[in-house]
Design a protein around this ligand. Structure first.
Ligand SMILES: Cc1ncc(COP(=O)(O)O)c(C=O)c1O
Length: 361
């Protein structure tokens, strides 16, 4: 637990690897008091207590909660688990069902994993921005992947993906669409798990930075903090080119954050501030973090870049700040971390070594 600005030093021990899903997990202390975790289904395991203090990288203490340490490799495991279990409880989902979902990738991986484990079929409807590694991972887990290549003229890639989902639903009654864009169990997973987990570790938290995709993570955390710790500032981080907070649509190449249709979950009355980050700054921040040995996903670069901008303006060394890192970097080796891809899209100078090694600028 961190009180005030100074974190209690804690190494990674087996006992910090805890599950928050299901009751089948066995945690048995050994003779040294360390705990071994035994699971029978991949969705039962999720690291919930790992934070990186980014002070050496950005010059402010920013506690980055790492959500990529589970078998689905991302924060989307929580939304997937909660939506599937709720659909099973209310009878929407059962033997013979085929899940269908529109996803930029990470929810698709989480649902592929859960569907494989529980014996459901799964069709992921994604688009051409989905990383190759992510698509291959879904296929390895037995999912079918439908990749949309043409955006809808008004509602963009997301609109075209949703139209495809509707066509599938009309074609076969076995299809079940959990609909992450409107399903309240998406944001409830973060209301029930992510936000209380952060609050437990940081009783004196001043500000929380959360990226906005479907806004499930953002709204779950924002609702919990406004109800239980109203003094915590909630700062939403979005990508330039996303329409979520009313700004115009423009090209976006990094999956995860931003959208071409305003998210149904979003209620701006819970959000204190919004910061928009250029994708070029996302790329620079990802590479800057990688130079220190932390290979995070694209959206983490966006969140950290936005948080750094905010902290540069507000932090005189006394603020306790946390942010969410939705996934890790392996899925982005052919995009965010690939020099040709980056230079073709954002220009030759973007990976200028001086900028990347400038710490705490
Ligand atoms: C890498 C990554 N970051 C951020 C998000 C955004 O999360 P949310 O949909 O809860 O807003 C997602 C969602 O797919 C994601 O895959």
């Amino acid at each position: 637990m961190v009180r005030g600005g100074a974190p209690a030093v804690r190494g990674i021990t087996p006992s910090s690897l805890t599950s928050n899903f299901g009751n089948l997990v066995s945690n048995t202390p050994d003779e040294q008091g360390a705990t071994m975790t035994i699971i029978t289904a991949p969705q039962q395991y999720n690291e919930e207590q790992l934070y990186v203090d980014l002070n050496p990288v950005i010059g402010h203490s920013l506690y980055l909660k790492c959500e990529g340490f589970n078998f689905a490799g991302s924060i989307k495991l929580k939304a997937a688990t909660e939506m599937v279990e709720a659909a099973e409880r209310d009878g929407t989902l059962g033997p013979g069902s085929i899940l269908v979902e529109s996803s930029s990738g990470n929810l698709g991986v989480a649902l592929s994993m859960i569907a494989a484990n529980k014996g459901y079929g799964f069709v992921c409807v994604t688009d051409s921005r989905c990383n190759l590694a992510t698509r291959l991972m879904m296929e390895a887990l037995g999912a079918q992947v439908h990749t949309i290549t043409e955006p809808h003229p008004e509602t963009g890639m997301l609109g075209a993906r949703i139209n495809h989902v509707q066509t599938l639903l009309a074609s076969d009654p076995r299809y079940v669409w959990l609909n992450q864009y409107e399903n309240p169990n998406n944001w409830k997973s973060h209301y029930n798990r992510t936000a209380p987990a952060i609050a437990r570790e940081f009783p004196n938290l001043d500000v929380l930075f959360v990226g906005a995709g479907t806004t499930g993570t953002l709204m779950g955390c924002a609702r919990w903090f406004k109800q239980h710790r109203p003094n915590v500032r909630i700062v939403a981080i979005d990508t330039v080119g996303s329409v979520t907070f009313g700004t115009p649509a423009a090209r976006r190449m990094i999956p995860g954050l931003g959208t071409s249709i305003r998210p149904a979950h979003l209620d701006e009355s819970y959000i204190d501030e919004v910061i928009h980050v250029e994708e070029a700054d996302t790329i620079r921040t990802c590479h800057q973090l990688a130079r220190t040995g932390f290979l995070f996903g694209g959206s983490t670069g966006t969140v950290v870049s936005g948080a750094k901008t905010w902290l540069n303006q507000h932090d005189m060394g006394t603020i306790t700040a946390a942010a969410l890192a939705p996934d890790l970097g392996e899925r982005y080796l052919e995009t965010v971390y690939q020099t040709n891809w980056v230079q073709d899209l954002y220009g030759d100078d973007i990976l200028n070594t001086n900028q990347l090694t400038t710490q705490a600028a």
